[in-house]
Design a protein around this ligand. Sequence first.
Ligand code: PLP
Length: 390
Amino acid sequence: MNKQTIAINTPFVRPDVYGSLSVPIYTNVSFEFEDAQEMADAFCNRIKAPDYARIANPTVTNFEQRVKALTGAEHVTAFNSGMAAISTALLAVSAQGKNILTSRHLFGNTLALISGTLLRFGVKPRLKDLTNLEEVEASIDEQTCCVYLEIVTNPQMEVADLKAIAEIAHKKGVPVIADSTAIPFTEMSLKDLGVDVEVVSSTKYISGGGTSLGGLIIDYGSFPKINKYVKYDLLINLGVYMTPQSAYMQTLGLETLEVRYQRQAANALWLAEHLRNVQGITRVNYVGLPDNPYYELAQRQFGKTAGAMLTIDLESKEACFRFLNNLKLIHRATNLFDSRTLAIHPASTIFGLFPLRQLEQIDVRQTTIRLSVGLEAPEDLLADIEQALG
Ligand SMILES: *Cc1c(COP(=O)(O)O)cnc(C)c1O
């Protein structure tokens, strides 16, 4: 079946007694059992039945089942934020003395998690250039617990060769974990590119309209120990499961994901093409532009679309601030893939507390504005950008 059909029609694990057509929101904490044996079996995972809402919830399970049907994954687990999914995935593979091979170009909190939080527990960061395959090969050793990367880095918009990296990592028995937040899994198969575990901030494309926080670990089953730690250790012991209210909103988001995404990606491409001719903009960075250095690799890996995130560069930080202040339609806000178009100056916000020297090292420039392109008519967005620059 087509992805759009699957997203809408994945059935409940157990049919709802009233035949409710959209998934019911189970807000209860406990689930009652017929007898002591059934209760024991549920608690010891011999049968699939929810026992306590921190561990399992039918509304969340249905959301997970839909993602599983869409991705063909072996295991899908939903979390209360993207960072909860990312930290859980990294904790599942790491241990004291291990190292994580990753890029300097990472989402701000992931960078802080890997180079700060996990370091305190003896897990060492290896921040390398993952677009350089020789460097990747040379940086994996006996203690490397995973290669971790983002499929399109933000805000540098860099794309690494997943298939080549997976080949190198697998030769050494190391799993590849990829953050696929930038382009939804309805558009491509990261499994086919060799990714072992996908992590996603479902806060972004999936929630649709910025309604709720959420995260996913999508596990293709090639390293069975990872799911064991995720589902039967970390999820429960850290208490990071998705709430049923969020699962409900994100299920609705999932049903319209493909159509929303197609429109947003088309808007982003249209806007990127037109912004190149606008005075005051010195650079447009979007991997969907044919002369972008990552264009062909991105098309090969992710299909015809390239996401709805792009950056523009202006003359100076002051010009960026003036531009943001002059916007009338586009919102000054952080989030990605909201229905509304959002603009932010990453260097002074997301990376605002990083030392200036480190910003240079990770290529976050003072002249860059990040745009997350929404569902508006693109002509209206262009007009707003032109007036804000004028
Ligand atoms: C937003 C984001 C995250 C974190 O997700 P939250 O849901 O905000 O915790 C992680 N990775 C990327 C690429 C993101 O854009």
